[in-house]
Design a protein around this ligand. Sequence first.
Ligand code: GLV
Ligand code: MN
Ligand code: MN
Length: 445
Amino acid sequence: MAHAAQELVRKLGRLSRVTDEPGKLTRTFLSPAMKRANALVAGWMKDAGLKVRVDSVGNLIGCYEAANPKSKTLLLGSHLDTVRDAGKFDGPLGVLLPIVALADLKRRGVKLPFDVEVLGFSEEEGVRFASAYLGSKGYCGKLTAKDLAMIDADGVSVSEAIERWNGLTPGRSSKRVGVNALHLKAAHKRGDLLGYVEVHIEQGPVLEAKKLAVGVVSAIAGQSRFKLTWTGQAGHAGMTPMALRRDALAGAAEFVSGVEAIARRTPGLVATVGALTVSPGAANVIPGEVVHTLDVRHADDRRRRQALMAIGRLATQIANRRELERRWQRTQENGAVTCSPALTAQLARSMKAIQGKSVSLVSGAGHDGVVMSALCPVAMLFVRCRGGLSHHPDEYASPKDLGVALAVMTDFLERLAAEQGLTPLPAAAGPVFVPGSRRGRNRGK
Ligand code: GLV
Ligand code: MN
Ligand code: MN
């Protein structure tokens, strides 16, 4: 696996240079860099023997076809968009690792008894529209009219962004692009799928503490995201006495501290205000309006809902006392997702075979698997990351750990092939996977 891991490292490095912001890695939904990233990864998919297409919401899809055209499909993937000033692993790892693993199968002349579709989702992070999972929602046929009407910081709606991406004239044709003009059907019927498996860096410190390269995920925490607007009265910073002010930023600041206090006293709850815009935004003007995000997560949906009620009461108290108006817009709501026991057990067997031990974690981070779980069973493999650091340019997973993850994925594919009752094809139909052929392979190296 050492050669394949090096190839994976090379590809991760090459893709990390495809960015919308010079000097840092930022790729957002349907941006120019996303188009270049899709072209680059599509080339690697083709080299690995995959048939490539891009769907109407910019998802890159490569299929490693089975010997039998009537076969079921296994989905492997993650997202190709990033946060602002990102590391190179969050997302791309789960797209590039399967490509490298499949390239190795192709090199060895192995055909699987099921199609493998590698998915590079166009949006997972929720950077451009403050709402995540637009790529996987599109793939699953779950984009709603409300999703399509969301606007970005430049006033461009999701449907207009899709229209521009697909090469239609912006503006003129906007009426044509609505719910009906997009292919909003799911890419597959549930019964045709074996499941969706995502490899992702852990983004936390547990595997490092346990001295393990990889772990499986048992569940993904539920998540609510909001856009809040606080409106007060802008005015002269020198001439307006403190008692007569309606300062939107002072109110928002009190709210941010209060949210932090609620999260600190609620075990398992995490709450974040990660982006905030102050208007009019001058040193000598009292802030008249503040718009900010709020992200609240818990593995237990009931606890998350209780915390949201407490946060709502806090906002009302602050608004009343400070005579501010406040508006809430819910931009995302996902319940906690339990990973498929069967697929996870399969992945855990491969993990145990390769690294000797298996471990299971809950993911506090959101993943495409949340949306994919509406379409098929999902499972995830986490890879140790240095210092548990993620959403940061210093995000790092070692080549050795990537080699372990690759070996687990290959073992998993071969076990699944064996489980699907593969019968060898005649030589004329090409080489096929032979159950048991993984025995004797140099694992985890
Ligand atoms: C995705 O990275 C998320 O959990 O916000
Ligand atoms: Mn991610
Ligand atoms: Mn992320």
